[in-house]
Design a protein around this ligand. Structure first.
Ligand SMILES: *[C@@H]1O[C@H](CO)[C@@H](O)[C@H](O)[C@H]1NC(C)=O
Ligand SMILES: *[C@@H]1O[C@H](CO)[C@@H](O)[C@H](O)[C@H]1NC(C)=O
Ligand SMILES: *[C@@H]1O[C@H](CO)[C@@H](O)[C@H](O)[C@H]1NC(C)=O
Ligand SMILES: *[C@@H]1O[C@H](CO)[C@@H](O)[C@H](O)[C@H]1NC(C)=O
Ligand SMILES: *[C@@H]1O[C@H](CO)[C@@H](O)[C@H](O)[C@H]1NC(C)=O
Ligand SMILES: *[C@@H]1O[C@H](CO)[C@@H](O)[C@H](O)[C@H]1NC(C)=O
Ligand SMILES: *[C@@H]1O[C@H](CO)[C@@H](O)[C@H](O)[C@H]1NC(C)=O
Ligand SMILES: *[C@@H]1O[C@H](CO)[C@@H](O)[C@H](O)[C@H]1NC(C)=O
Ligand SMILES: *[C@@H]1O[C@H](CO)[C@@H](O)[C@H](O)[C@H]1NC(C)=O
Ligand SMILES: *[C@@H]1O[C@H](CO)[C@@H](O)[C@H](O)[C@H]1NC(C)=O
Length: 459
């Protein structure tokens, strides 16, 4: 069979096998459920609320009043808030259920650079404090709390956080609270973010927390390489997430999957699960293109990542945890990856991340297992893989198949391994002995979507 028909056949098998998946979670990856968005029966323009698109006038009250007005349409099929071309400066505002926020081509929502326009709010319960400082945190620019059916979309309009002031305040230690994000949805369901450009987030760009059924599609995200700890998309204690056709070029992590921090995340106990990421272009200057953790105390599982293009990044794909986290990272499958100019292609570390306070349980050991990576090519890679597990809880069942990396330094120093075990086949350069066992012929040691057939032969 030719390579492409082989891939088609493989895909077909994957699709069929998912259809009878014993976990009963349905047929395909999250992105394969195509749902149609019905146009909202009502639409109003932000102009009707006195907004001025001159880039100087603050429009916070206009956005808040518009959303308040549109609440009354929730039981009438919902409504659209239309933002025409212009530069719409605003402080933070809330969304409401059954709302579409639509940014026309040339519409730019600008986050205020006046710190007093950003309210301080309570920390998330699964973190117990702000990420960067104890206590509260700045409210995000666009917020949703306990909402249903929200669409944030447009004709490639832009949401620009104007984050440079926040990066300077952060770097010069002149903040007392953790930086805000651009879009944050908390405890909300049925969310779509699409067809937009996100620029210069103070910290994260898109942060769904305790959410279900979230689609992020066809967006571009850009923050400059020097922007400290800026992150693209962060599914956090959320399930049924699809991230598709997105281009992210960012200071720190491209896409980071998280689920809470130490004792707070363990107590909250909500995992990130059933995530599908496909067809994304990622550049992560000082972090990882795709990161799992380091906050993962509620667990991360059942993640399907495919068709990845990673370039000019410090790390390609990284799993991060530490003692005291508890939780797990398991049942992850990553396939069809192309990397270019990436320092470390794969990382897994059990020594990463600080603790929220001194109340964490040092005996809460995280587990990491059932990770399958296949069909990867890489050029200009410095280190193929660094896998440093936890002595009391080694990383197991790491399975590498058909991974071909062109590494400058030669194979002897290409892999760093400790407290890890796994299997490999067709891996260049040759992996460390810990990962060199040949693939098990029948067992379920290697996680694969074919497990419901009890096969691993296709890998
Ligand atoms: C926004 O929602 C939060 C709840 O998440 C609420 O406390 C706050 O008062 C709301 N702000 C406005 C302007 O409605
Ligand atoms: C992606 O978004 C752009 C506007 O941002 C639009 O022109 C294009 O048609 C969209 N593509 C898809 C596949 O939705
Ligand atoms: C969207 O706009 C940005 C600039 O605002 C541009 O770089 C990007 O190419 C546009 N994307 C599409 C799909 O038109
Ligand atoms: C931070 O706290 C210090 C000490 O309480 C105070 O002097 C400073 O003005 C605060 N900075 C901000 C931005 O609130
Ligand atoms: C997921 O959300 C989308 C967009 O709101 C909606 O069309 C779809 O019906 C939802 N799917 C499920 C299974 O609820
Ligand atoms: C994105 O834009 C394209 C082209 O206008 C449109 O077909 C598609 O429905 C939009 N996607 C969403 C999710 O709004
Ligand atoms: C992302 O980049 C790819 C390749 O450069 C391009 O084909 C695609 O249109 C881009 N998508 C968006 C949403 O900008
Ligand atoms: C190789 O990748 C590194 C980043 O890891 C980059 O700094 C360097 O410029 C790349 N070399 C070439 C020849 O592209
Ligand atoms: C596990 O890691 C510890 C510390 O990094 C190291 O001292 C120990 O030798 C490792 N154990 C194995 C079995 O590799
Ligand atoms: C798996 O391989 C082992 C040794 O190579 C062999 O004894 C065993 O019968 C094989 N099992 C299956 C199901 O093929």
């Amino acid at each position: 069979m030719s390579n492409s028909s082989f891939q088609v056949a493989l895909l077909l098998i994957l699709v069929l096998s998912k259809a009878i998946d014993v976990s009963g979670q349905g047929k395909e990856g999250q992105c394969d459920y195509k749902s149609k968005l019905n146009p909202r029966p009502h639409s109003v323009s932000i102009l009707e609320f006195g907004a001025v698109g001159d880039g100087k006038t603050s429009n916070t009250i206009a956005f808040q009043n518009a959303v308040f007005y549109l609440k009354s349409f929730a039981d009438k099929g919902g409504a659209q808030l239309y933002v025409p071309p212009g530069r719409w400066l605003t402080g933070s505002f809330n969304l409401t259920s059954h709302l579409t926020l639509f940014l026309a081509s040339g519409a730019i929502i600008l986050g205020s650079q006046d710190r007093s326009r950003w309210e301080i709010v309570e920390p998330l319960p699964s973190y117990g404090r702000g990420l960067e400082f104890p206590g509260g945190r700045y409210r995000s620019l666009i917020n949703g709390y306990m909402l249903d059916d929200v669409v944030i979309t447009g004709d490639n309009g832009t949401i620009d956080g104007q984050g440079s002031v926040w990066w300077d305040w952060f770097s010069s230690h002149s903040l007392n609270y953790s930086r805000p994000n651009l879009v944050e949805l908390i405890s909300s369901n049925n969310i779509v973010v699409s067809n937009l450009t996100f620029l210069n987030a103070p910290a994260y760009n898109i942060h769904p927390v305790y959410c279900s059924n979230v689609t992020v599609q066809n967006i571009s995200v850009y923050s400059p390489p020097g922007s400290p700890f800026t992150v693209g998309i962060v599914p956090d204690s959320s399930d049924k997430v699809c991230i598709e056709s997105c281009n992210i070029s960012i200071g720190y992590d491209g896409i980071a999957l998280k689920s809470g921090w130490d004792e707070y995340g363990i107590a909250y106990g909500r995992p990130t699960t059933r995530v599908h990421i496909k067809q994304v272009y990622l550049q992560a200057s000082t972090g990882s293109a795709i990161a799992f953790g380091s906050e993962m105390s509620g667990g991360i599982s059942d993640v399907l990542v495919e068709d990845l293009h990673l370039y000019n990044s410090l790390v390609g794909i990284e799993f991060r945890t530490t003692k005291g986290r508890g939780g797990y990272i398991t049942e992850i499958i990553i396939s069809d990856v192309e990397m270019q100019n990436v320092h470390t292609a794969f990382g897994a570390t059990g020594q990463r991340g600080s603790h929220p306070d001194d109340k964490y349980d040092p005996n809460a050991l995280p587990t990491l297992n059932q990770i399958t990576v296949k069909d990867v090519t890489g050029s200009n890679i410095t280190l193929a893989g660094s896998f440093t597990g936890i002595e009391e809880s080694p990383f197991t069942s790491i399975c590498l198949s058909n991974v071909v990396l062109s590494v400058a330094s030669g194979s002897s120093t290409s892999w760093v391994c400790s407290n890890v075990s796994g299997f490999s086949e067709f891996v260049i350069p040759e992996p460390c002995p810990d990962l060199s066992s040949s693939f098990p012929n029948s067992s379920s040691a290697c996680f694969s979507l074919l497990r419901s057939y009890g096969q691993s032969a296709v890998l």
